[in-house]
Write a protein that binds this ligand. Structure first.
Ligand code: ACO
Length: 361
C-alpha cells in the first residue's frame, strides 16, 4: 500500500462552514492502491444507452448567458444528450444493461449480482437495481444501488471484482444510469452546461484468458463533502427541510484542482500496485468531467494524449455513465484490443475516487 500524510478529520455536523475552513490541499489527501488477490476478473462486455435528443452549445446560448467559445475552451463540451421529460434513470439502465448482456453473450439467469450507481437516482427506494432485475429477468441476482456520485461505477466494479474473486458471485452486471437534466438548474450557467444524460453497463466475470483486473486505487475524503452537493440544504440531508432547492451545486474551481492532482496520483499509484509504470499503460480511460482536467492530469502523470480517451465533446459529463461510454467509443474507433493494459479512473462528489488497472479481454 502507498499512502500520503493523514490530516486529522473533524466532523462538521450540520455546520456548513466548518469543513470549508479545514479544506485539505489536494496533495495532502492520501491515495492508496493495492494489487488484486484471488480469482482474476475481467470486463466481458459493455453496453450504453444515449438518449436521442441533442442539446448543442448554440441552443444553450439562447437559454443562459454563455457562449459556445467559453464552453468549448473551458470544458471541451460541444453537445450533450437529454432524456425525454418523465424518463426514469432505471429505464436508461435497463437499455444499457440489455446491450451489455448481449455483447458479453451472457444469459440473464447467469447474473448473480446487479448494481446500479447514479448521481440522479429515481428514489431512495426501491433500488433501481431491482427494477432492472425485473425488466431483464435477472432471476438469480441480488440487487442494490450505489451512491458515490461519478465514482459509483468504479466502486461497483470494485465490489463485483471482490465478490467474483472470492467466489461469492460468478457474474455481475454493473450499471451507471443518469437523468441529470432533471437535477440541473437551467438558469445557472455555471452548472447546466456541464452535464448530460446517458447510461452505461459492464458485465463482469472470471477472466476467460487469464487477463483481468490487476490492481485498485480506492478512496474518499469526507472533509470535502461540500464541494459538490444536491440542494442548498445538503448538509442536513434532502429530507430535513420543508422546501429544498433540489439542484446540483458545485465549487467548480476547488473540484478542478482536486481532480487534476487526484487523477495523476491515482494513475501512478494503481500502476505501481500492479508492478507496472504508466509507460506500460496502452489506454487511459478517465471519467469525463472536463477536457482540461484530463489533459492536465495526463501531462502530470506522464501519459501521452494519444493513449487517452476523450469523448466529452459529444456527451458532456454523464457522471456514472462516462467510463462505459468512453470504452464503447474507444472500441468503435479500434483503440481497444485484447491484451491492452487499460487504466480506468474516476472521481466525484463526496469526495470519492477509484481507479483500476486491467488487461483487456
Ligand atoms: N459561460 C460563460 N461564463 C461562465 C460560465 C458559462 N457557462 N460559467 C461560469 N462562467 C464565468 C464565471 O461567472 C466567471 O466569471 P467572472 O470571472 O466574471 O466571475 C468566469 O466564467 C470564470 O469562472 P470559473 O468558475 O473560474 O471558471 P473555470 O475556468 O474554473 O471553469 C468549470 C469552470 C468548467 C466548472 C471548472 O471549474 C470545472 O470543470 N470544474 C470541475 C467540475 C467537475 O469536475 N465536476 C465534477 C462533478 S459532476 C458530478 O458530481 C455529477
Amino acid at each position: 500500500m502507498t499512502s500520503g500524510r493523514l490530516v486529522p478529520y473533524a466532523c462538521s455536523g450540520g455546520d456548513h462552514t466548518a469543513s470549508l475552513t479545514k479544506r485539505a490541499r489536494p496533495q495532502d489527501i492520501p491515495v492508496r492502491a493495492f494489487p488484486t488477490l484471488g480469482r482474476q476478473t475481467a470486463i466481458l462486455g459493455f453496453g450504453v444507452h444515449v438518449p436521442e435528443r441533442v442539446l448543442g452549445n448554440a441552443e444553450l446560448e439562447r437559454m443562459v448567458d454563455t457562449s459556445d467559445e467559453w464552453i468549448v475552451e473551458r470544458t471541451g463540451i460541444r453537445e450533450r444528450h437529454l432524456a425525454e421529460p418523465g424518463t426514469a434513470s432505471f429505464e436508461l439502465a435497463v437499455r444499457a444493461g440489455r446491450e451489455a448482456l448481449d455483447a458479453a453473450g451472457v444469459e440473464p439467469e447467469a447474473i448473480d449480482l446487479v448494481m446500479v450507481a447514479s448521481s440522479s437516482p429515481d428514489a431512495p427506494f426501491p433500488p433501481m437495481a431491482c427494477r432492472v432485475q425485473e425488466c431483464l429477468g435477472l432471476v438469480n441476482a441480488w440487487a442494490f444501488d450505489v451512491l458515490a456520485a461519478c465514482t459509483g461505477l468504479l466502486y461497483e466494479l470494485a465490489i463485483a471484482d471482490a465478490m467474483i474473486a472470492s467466489g461469492r458471485a460468478r457474474t455481475a452486471l454493473v450499471i451507471g444510469a443518469e437523468v441529470l437534466s432533471r437535477i440541473l438548474d437551467w438558469s445557472d450557467r455555471s452548472t447546466c452546461v456541464l452535464l448530460g444524460d446517458a447510461a452505461g453497463a459492464l458485465v463482469v466475470g472470471p477472466a476467460r484468458r487469464g487477463a483481468g483486473i490487476r490492481s485498485w486505487c480506492l478512496g474518499a475524503d469526507g472533509r470535502q463533502w461540500d464541494l459538490l452537493v444536491y440542494g442548498d440544504h445538503a448538509h442536513k440531508g434532502a429530507y430535513a427541510v420543508r422546501d429544498p432547492d433540489p439542484h446540483f451545486k458545485m465549487n467548480g474551481r476547488e473540484t478542478y484542482l482536486f481532480a487534476v492532482d487526484n487523477f495523476a496520483r491515482q494513475a501512478l499509484a494503481v500502476t505501481e500496485a500492479a508492478g507496472l509504470t504508466v509507460a506500460d499503460v496502452d489506454l487511459f480511460v478517465p471519467h469525463q468531467a472536463n477536457r482540461r482536467i484530463i489533459e492536465s492530469a495526463a501531462r502530470r502523470a506522464g501519459i501521452a494524449m494519444d493513449r487517452v480517451v476523450i469523448n466529452i465533446d459529444r456527451y458532456g459529463n454523464t457522471s456514472t455513465a462516462t467510463i462505459p461510454l468512453a470504452l464503447r467509443d474507444a472500441a468503435a474507433e479500434g483503440r481497444l484490443h485484447p491484451g491492452d493494459r487499460v487504466l480506468l479512473a474516476s472521481f466525484g462528489a463526496g469526495l470519492t475516487w477509484a481507479a483500476c488497472l486491467l488487461d483487456w479481454e
